[in-house]
Write a protein that binds this ligand. Structure first.
Ligand SMILES: Cc1cc2nc3c(=O)[nH]c(=O)nc-3n(C[C@H](O)[C@H](O)[C@H](O)COP(=O)(O)OP(=O)(O)OC[C@H]3O[C@@H](n4cnc5c(N)ncnc54)[C@H](O)[C@@H]3O)c2cc1C
Length: 438
């Protein structure tokens, strides 16, 4: 499969005609067991044969000026690939088998993610779409049987969409203890009042998992009280989507500002126990960070391939880019960044099998290192491609904004560095130095 040349099926313009894409070179890893290798190889086959040749067409959901027929064709192609993914047994790697998923452990899931993320947006064709996938995992873990029937199953079937509503504009998202969206008990209902933003997928969501604080009616200080997650149907009276927040120069996005104004929902919509809200959010983000980092590794791998491919072909000032030492430096630095990011992430995924607590320091370390490395690798690939690097003919521009965003979402760099230092210093204070071998 390696070495085959792919041309984007959409290659209509003069610029895109020069963009060929090599297939991902994914071979069995000798140290991995047969099952993981088999999953990786089958994933790579779909990525290489079905997704990469159609990448731009498949991801054209929001492309401006797209004709209706092109849009319909794209939806049909997506449905076809999803069917193939399901037939091949690669659907929903994050879900247990009883919910139609692959039932993978962390490590296997991580190894699969780096392959499926090689093509932009491919994860969604494998049934992994944030924030739905995170909400599914939380509903599997904390949901009652009734909640699973009402919210989880439609989310898995794709007949419902969801959002996760925690961050507030007037409070530091990096310090969730500051949140003050209030849930007041009124008989057998919660009455919710609060102001959230950056609730992703807010436009399409049929329900939100809203992080609240339980307070007494009329409480003046809403920053104390146990945290709780409550399922709020989007159609509830008082759920007001203010706007899709414009990001990266675009006029809007599906990251929504939402006001919850006297929203009344049954107490039966409580997800988990009152007081468990913060822990549930940590569960969600802890696991999610490993997946996100392995996705980033897959995308760095792709950016690296694009960069090397271009360096081998582009002539400047009487020679190929590959012969210029500046560019050789880019290749070497990117190789080092990717290897370091990948091995750190695999190490964290191995540790998470021993429990989230044991892996906490390593998860924070990858949450800082990997998005930084991803940003650097894509930045170099863009530089090598010149103007084409920032054009929509290549996935690099999208990767670049995505990589930069990752340094803020799911906890900004500084918060994770503080946690690493706290854990290290805590261990030294308890009389033990750090054991880098474990
Ligand atoms: C694309 C995108 C999608 C998102 N999706 C969701 C979603 O679906 N649901 C949701 O609830 N939220 C979502 N978020 C919000 C995200 O979780 C928050 O932006 C993040 O937690 C940071 O919070 P904040 O933006 O309020 O920054 P703040 O908490 O105000 O922090 C601002 C900056 O302060 C610095 N800082 C923070 N703490 C310290 C410290 N102790 N020392 C030194 N410096 C510090 C950091 O540099 C940080 O970037 C999303 C964000 C983005 C960008």
């Amino acid at each position: 499969m390696d070495g085959r040349q792919r041309v984007d099926g959409d290659g209509a313009t003069a610029a895109s005609a020069v963009v060929t894409t090599m297939a991902m070179n994914c071979k069995p890893v000798p140290t991995l067991d047969d099952r993981i290798n088999d999953i990786r190889m089958r994933t790579a086959e779909i990525v290489n044969d079905d997704i990469l040749p159609n990448e731009r067409r498949l991801m054209s959901v929001a492309r401006e000026g797209e004709s209706w027929s092109a849009h319909t064709e794209m939806l049909e192609l997506r449905a076809e690939i999803k069917m193939k993914v399901k037939r091949t047994g690669l659907w929903a790697p994050h879900l247990p088998t009883e919910y139609g998923g692959m039932g993978l452990d962390f490590l296997t899931h991580a190894y699969m993610n780096e392959v499926l993320s090689y093509a932009m947006g491919a994860a969604s064709l494998f049934g992994v779409v944030a924030p739905n996938s995170g909400n599914q995992s939380i509903l599997v873990k904390y949901g009652t049987e009734e909640q699973k029937k009402q919210w989880l199953m439609p989310l898995i079937d794709g007949t419902m969409e969801s959002g996760f509503s925690m961050t507030e504009p007037h409070n530091a998202g990096s310090d969730p203890r500051s949140l003050d969206t209030a849930a007041v008990l009124d008989g057998d209902h919660w009455v919710i009042n609060g102001h959230k933003w950056f609730t992703s997928n807010g436009v399409d969501a049929d329900f939100f998992i809203v992080m609240c604080r339980v307070v007494e009616a009329g409480a003046t200080n809403r920053k104390v009280g146990p945290m709780v997650q409550i399922i709020v149907p989007a159609a509830s009276k008082g759920v007001n989507i203010v706007r899709g927040i414009g990001v990266w120069g675009r006029s809007d996005s599906d990251h929504c500002e939402v006001k919850y104004e006297n929203v009344s929902v049954p107490v039966a919509n409580t997800l988990g126990q009152v007081g468990e809200g913060h822990q549930a959010a940590q569960d969600r983000l802890g696991a999610g960070r490993i997946y996100h980092c392995m996705n980033s590794v897959g995308q760095m791998w792709r950016a690296f391939d694009l960069m090397v491919e271009r360096a081998r072909a582009r002539e400047v000032h009487g020679g190929l880019l590959q012969d210029k030492q500046f560019v050789q430096g880019f290749i070497a630095d990117s190789y080092i960044d990717i290897q370091a990011a990948r091995l750190m992430t695999i190490h964290a995924a191995e540790k998470i099998d021993q429990g989230l607590e044991a892996a906490r320091t390593d998860i924070s370390a990858i949450k800082v290192f990997v998005p930084g490395a991803y940003t650097r690798v894509v930045d170099r690939a863009i530089q090598v491609w010149g103007a084409a690097g920032i054009s929509n003919d290549l996935p690099l521009a999208e990767m670049y904004t995505g990589a930069r965003t990752l340094r803020i979402a799911d906890g900004p760099d500084e918060v994770h560095k503080i946690l690493i230092a706290k854990n290290v210093l805590g261990q030294f204070a308890s009389g033990e130095s750090w054991d880098f071998g474990n």
